[in-house]
Design a protein around this ligand. Structure first.
Ligand code: B3K
Ligand code: ZN
Length: 877
């Protein structure tokens, strides 16, 4: 148990702030163990908050208070009171200057929240509630203040950065230096940032549509400057895209990005000074894979887009998190889709949603896109808030069309610029700009759970009428037993026998969006000679599960004929799920396993089809992961899943080896590495073929992998070959590759993380013993979240078969790691514990063994609020 059980905070209890902070001036005297923070705040009573002068409440955590003064008069200990969340100060006037001095210990801060040190460099992370670890402050997003910041530090630091524009710098009497920054835009404390380090920068300019020249700078250690080009290019693309697609220009004179090795997540959108996890900004062809390059582009875009969706228009309270995150994920997804393959981007995003967000919706932490309560807000940076939140915005886009959506976003930004607002304000702007009502649609924000659509159809041959009947339901989630019907945009097409799209109405369109709003609803289409075949939920037009009784033949037909690329891929997935479920059943019954022959034929056809985008071919060929098979199953039989998938993979690899080899050889041409959609697609298919070939473990196929490993000069090909060897070569060959790779790359943090991750995820070599050894390896560091995610996360989230070993050793291991992590970094501990929280869905002995591991954590004592919330909710469900 934590010292005191954390409080639950409710959305319904929101109250506007009693006091406002117009100006915030901060001065930092940086010392590793004892940084002095002086804050001067111009405070006034909030006129909208009522009469009287209630006490001023300031949040503060792990701070050493040195002094407080109001209008230069020092306060005595009777004038303020220390309370659990900070201090409460008696106030006798409606306007005053508050001065506070406190000390903090950046070196001892392993939570990576507030001000901390990473490889000798000072940096901050304030979202959501990290600012209170820097100084006493009303740390809530609806308090927006104009900040100036003075940083005083030794001359060893070549850069001292904060938000906004540099307005002063000089030397102090004691030979230290100072720099002062001013941010002209009022902002909540969570967007504050400070960086001090011995860094170099890559710089450039961007000229906005209205002709303003903006200085762009990417800061990193000198040795990594050569890895910043892609981030810089991505930033310029993002700036141009936001001008073209949303009419949004950048608003400061400089935009800075800093790469930091120790970071709890991907990146942070601090005003004018984005701080990035090094892994999400640094890349070169020799050190980063194509997926890494694409991730950088999307995260650079995401953080940049927050400048409007999050910073200029910010949040009233943390329950509204999806207002900025869901909207910004939607924006970055469209940015990536516009710059790369739209279909492949959609497939990747939907896979993530179905595998992980659907699991969240079905688990003990299920919550609506706008949660209505939390104990620890850090636990709500979830796939529901981000990815499902983005799907909700996408549905508005689908319902209003691109022009209507743009009118809505223009109105939203114009109406709320400089304000802290709510999800409700977003929907209202969309309604007002389009003169529509989205009353029922709002349930997407308040109801948790994944809706399910059951679709049946009927064809009246005589009258040529085709009727679709849609029934919707949504399973209960914690605290929400009954659900009301959702407003669901169901995009569909109808195919004739030749696979052509039929015309659906008088306007001649071949695709329509049905608006499903009732529990049961029928839709009719007329004028057909034969019963059409429906292509349902095209482009995944809503975050739902859909069930229509397709036969194997119908799925094969859709897979080769559907004009909607997403649904072609989806048909291949359904087919694979059916085949894998048959195999699981046969295994459970002790029968012989046989892979559905239709699937082999279909894969062969796809592999031979030279007209299909190679990236799509690669997506179709990849069998659903074990995790995604698990997510499809009502009860998870881990052993049957592993056996079924392995059997399917081996059968396919053997049956298609000729075609796989031919396609591999055709694509394996030597040419200079370039990051463009066509080359990325070809590398993706080539490496998918290589991995399949190696599943057969023949000397021939392993020789191809070895040759690629030896000569590859880019990391995409090198890492793919290493992965094939780690998973399929004999011990000697695999270990030699592992060692050789490490020797070459041990100085490169990002490559070492990739290397650790591949070993932990390997079902052959990533057994618990290997992972335990990796934890002892000099490259591992429990204080570094990237290393934790690579080794512990790689094993528990990416190595299904080994983590779910029937003796429960994987669960025990995770419990021990979570207990150790919680003492250092509660946010990372809470991210890592998630696989255990799904215990209820497992069959056999696994569920009780997972539960025992959770109990072990619960009983270990002195838990953080983060871990307490997740573990107690998982056990009490
Ligand atoms: N807004 C940050 C996330 C902060 C997470 C704090 N625990 C990054 C992003 O979503 O852009
Ligand atoms: Zn974000």
């Amino acid at each position: 148990m934590p010292d005191a059980k954390p409080n639950t905070i409710y959305l319904k209890d929101y109250r506007i702030p009693d006091y406002l902070v117009d100006n915030t001036h901060l001065q930092f005297e940086l010392k590793p163990k004892a940084t002095l923070v002086k804050s001067q705040l111009k405070i006034r009573r909030n006129p909208a908050a009522g009469v009287g002068l209630p006490p001023l409440l300031l949040d503060g955590v792990d701070l050493e208070l040195l002094s407080i003064a109001i209008d230069s008069m020092p306060l005595s200990s009777e004038d303020y009171e220390e309370i659990p969340q900070g201090i409460s100060i008696s106030v006798d006037k409606p306007e005053f200057h508050l001065e506070i001095q406190n000390r903090i210990n950046p070196e001892g801060n392993t939570s990576l929240e507030g001000l901390y040190l990473s490889n000798g460099m000072y940096c901050t992370q304030c979202e959501a509630e990290g600012f209170r670890k820097i100084t006493f402050y009303p740390d809530r997003p609806d308090i927006m203040s104009k900040f100036t910041t003075t940083i005083v530090a030794s001359k060893n630091y070549s850069v001292l950065l904060s938000n906004g524009n540099e307005i002063d710098r000089g030397l102090c009497k004691d030979e230290s230096q100072y720099v002062t920054w001013e941010d002209p835009f009022a902002k909540p404390a969570y967007l504050f940032a400070l960086v001090a380090g011995d860094l170099k920068c890559l710089d450039d300019y961007f000229t906005t549509t209205s002709g303003r020249k903006v200085k762009l700078q990417i800061f990193t250690e000198e040795k990594n400057i050569y890895k910043c080009d892609h981030a810089l290019r991505s930033l310029k693309n993002a700036m141009r895209w936001d001008e073209e697609v949303y009419g949004r220009e950048y608003d400061l004179d400089t935009f800075m990005v800093v790469a930091v090795d120790h970071f709890n997540m991907g990146a942070m959108e601090n005003k004018g000074l984005n701080i990035f996890n090094s892994a999400c900004v640094l890349a070169s062809p020799e050190t980063a894979t194509d997926a890494g390059f694409q991730r950088i582009e999307s995260i650079i875009g995401h953080e940049y887009f927050h400048n409007w969706s999050g910073n200029r228009v910010t949040l009233r309270d943390w329950f509204q998190l999806s207002l900025k995150e869901g909207f910004t994920v939607f924006r970055d997804a469209e940015f990536s889709a516009d710059l790369n393959s739209r279909a492949v981007k959609r497939i990747e995003d939907v896979s993530l949603l179905r595998i992980n967000q659907f699991a969240e919706d079905a688990g003990p932490m299920a919550h609506p896109v706008r949660p209505d309560s939390y104990m620890e807000i850090s636990n709500f940076y979830t796939l529901t808030v981000y990815e499902k939140g983005s799907e909700v915005v996408r549905m508005i886009h689908t319902l209003l069309g691109p022009e209507g959506f743009r009118k809505g976003s223009d109105l939203y930004f114009e109406r709320h610029d400089g304000c802290a607002v709510t999800c409700e304000d977003f929907v209202t702007a969309m309604e007002d700009a389009n003169q529509v009502k989205l009353v029922q649609f709002r349930r997407w924000y308040s109801q948790a759970g994944t809706p399910k659509l059951n679709v049946t159809d009927y064809f009246d041959e005589k009258r040529g009428i085709y009727r679709l009947t849609v029934r919707q339901s949504c399973p209960p989630t914690p605290g929400q037993k009954e659900k009301h019907p959702f407003h669901i945009p169901l995009k569909l097409g109808l195919l004739d026998k030749g696979g052509n799209d039929l015309i659906l109405d008088g306007t001649g369109s071949t695709q329509c969006v049905l608006e499903v709003t009732e529990s049961e609803q029928s839709f009719e289409f007329t004028g057909f000679e034969n019963k059409p075949l429906p292509s349902l939920l095209r482009g995944f037009s809503a975050p739902v599960k859909i069930d229509y009784p397709y036969s194997v033949e119908q799925l094969l037909f859709l897979m080769s004929k559907d004009t909607d690329t997403f649904n072609r891929w989806n048909a291949s997935q359904r087919l694979a799920f059916m085949a894998l479920s048959d195999l699981q059943q046969a295994y459970r019954k002790g029968g012989t396993l046989q892979l559905q022959p239709g699937l082999i034929k279909a894969y062969k056809r796809v592999l031979l089809n030279r007209d299909l985008d190679p990236a799509l071919v690669a997506e179709i060929l990849q069998l659903p992961s074990e995790q995604s098979i698990a997510e499809e199953s009502a009860c998870i039989d881990a052993e049957a899943i592993v056996v079924a998938r392995k059997f399917a993979l081996q059968t396919l690899a053997e049956a298609l080896s000729g075609e796989l080899r031919a396609r591999y050889i055709a694509l394996n041409v030597r040419k200079p590495y370039s990051i463009n959609a066509k080359d990325i697609a070809e590398r993706k298919l080539k490496n998918t073929c290589l991995l399949y070939l190696c599943v057969t473990e023949t000397a021939d196929s392993l020789a191809l992998a070895q040759a690629q490993f030896d000569i590859a000069s880019n990391m995409t090909d090198k890492a793919a070959a290493l992965n094939a060897l780690i998973n399929h070569a004999g011990d000697r060959q695999a270990n030699a590759a592992i060692e050789q790779f490490y020797r070459r790359w041990k100085e490169d943090a990002q490559v070492v993380e990739l290397w650790l991750g591949q070993q932990s995820r390997s079902c052959r070599r990533g057994s618990l013993k290997t992972v335990e050894k990796l934890i002892q390896h000099p490259a591992f560091d429990l204080k570094n979240p990237n290393r934790v995610r690579a080794v512990i996360g790689g094993f528990t989230k990416g190595n299904f078969s080994q983590f779910h070993m029937s003796d429960g050793s994987g669960f025990e291991f995770l419990a021990e790691q979570v207990i150790a992590l919680d003492k250092l970094n509660p946010q990372i501990a809470a991210q890592q514990v998630i696989p255990l929280t799904r215990w209820k869905r497992y069959t056999g002995d696994l569920a009780p063994k997972m539960k025992i591991a959770l109990k072990k954590i619960m009983d270990s004592g002195n838990l953080s609020g983060d871990i307490y919330e997740v573990v107690s909710k998982s056990l009490s469900e």
